[in-house]
Design a protein around this ligand. Structure first.
Ligand SMILES: Nc1ncnc2c1ncn2[C@@H]1O[C@H](COP(=O)(O)OP(=O)(O)OP(=O)(O)O)[C@@H](O)[C@H]1O
Length: 238
């Protein structure tokens, strides 16, 4: 069974004002799926629908029984009064993680993302990139089977980016499925197995890069070229 099955007929923020329509897809074990589309296309609205945050939703989101997921928002969110370690302790308590194992994993991740020295500080005082890395550590600590990630690349320095890509690869090998919304198309082209291209609230193309090229009628095009065709609406517009 798929980790996640999404069948959104429509969703929006106000009654009778649909923002996204007819969005159907699934995420399988070990798969990285890129959610791509211009500003305002409906990517965040799709993600909010999956997270159960949309009041106006006609459709069905189903996940494999007992699945745990982590959501990485585009803008990090922390509690004002807690240090990063206290955040980790909090998540571990909520998820019932075994103390020795999670502490060891946390230390490895903090070390990898160069946050060990700052683990007893309040993350609201971190730089943007440090906050993003802290969110990532918090997301990975629970060993989720599904990740929903909203634009992860923006604040990361090259070293953090390399580790982030390494972490994603390791999580996939462990069997986790990942849905990742991003505008960084050259990286997405290299790392994603499949893509969902949203334009104007509709899924206008989906599948592997080959599938997307065919749907955009650009047999040798890059993901960026295909995106441009979709965003400009010169071909294939719905
Ligand atoms: N809270 C909200 N209330 C009303 N309309 C909203 C709200 N959030 C988003 N929208 C509208 O929904 C549409 C889709 O927005 P969404 O945030 O899903 O786009 P996106 O693809 O994530 O864009 P971006 O790449 O800029 O992050 C836009 O027209 C936007 O104005």
């Amino acid at each position: 069974m798929s980790l996640l099955r999404v069948a959104i007929e429509s969703a929006g923020y106000e009654k009778k004002k649909d923002i996204i329509k007819d969005i159907h897809f699934a995420i399988e074990k070990g798969e990285l799926v890129g959610l791509i589309g211009p500003n305002g296309a409906g990517k965040s609205t799709t993600i909010k629908s999956l997270l159960g945050l949309m009041d106006q939703l006609d459709g069905e989101i189903s996940s494999k029984d007992g699945i745990t997921y982590s959501y990485l928002p585009e803008r990090p969110i922390f509690y004002d009064e807690l240090t990063l370690w206290e955040h980790l302790d909090f998540v571990a308590a909520m998820e019932g993680l075994e103390e020795l194992a999670y502490k060891e994993k946390a230390n490895t991740l903090l070390d990898k993302y160069k946050l060990s020295k700052h683990a007893h500080e309040n993350p609201t005082k971190y730089s943007k990139g440090m906050q993003q890395k802290a969110m990532l550590v918090l997301a990975m600590i629970t060993n989720p089977l599904l990740y929903i990630i909203d634009e992860p690349f923006m604040g990361l320095d090259p070293n953090a980016m390399k580790h982030f890509l390494g972490s994603i690869e390791a999580e996939r090998k462990r069997g986790a499925g990942i849905l990742m919304s991003t505008h960084v198309l050259d990286t997405a082209e290299k790392i994603c197995d499949r893509f969902l291209m949203i334009h104007d609230g509709h899924l206008v193309a989906k599948g592997t890069l080959e599938d997307i090229r065919r749907q955009c009628q650009l047999p040798d095009g890059s993901l960026y070229d295909c995106f441009h065709v979709l965003a400009e609406g010169t071909k294939n517009e719905k």
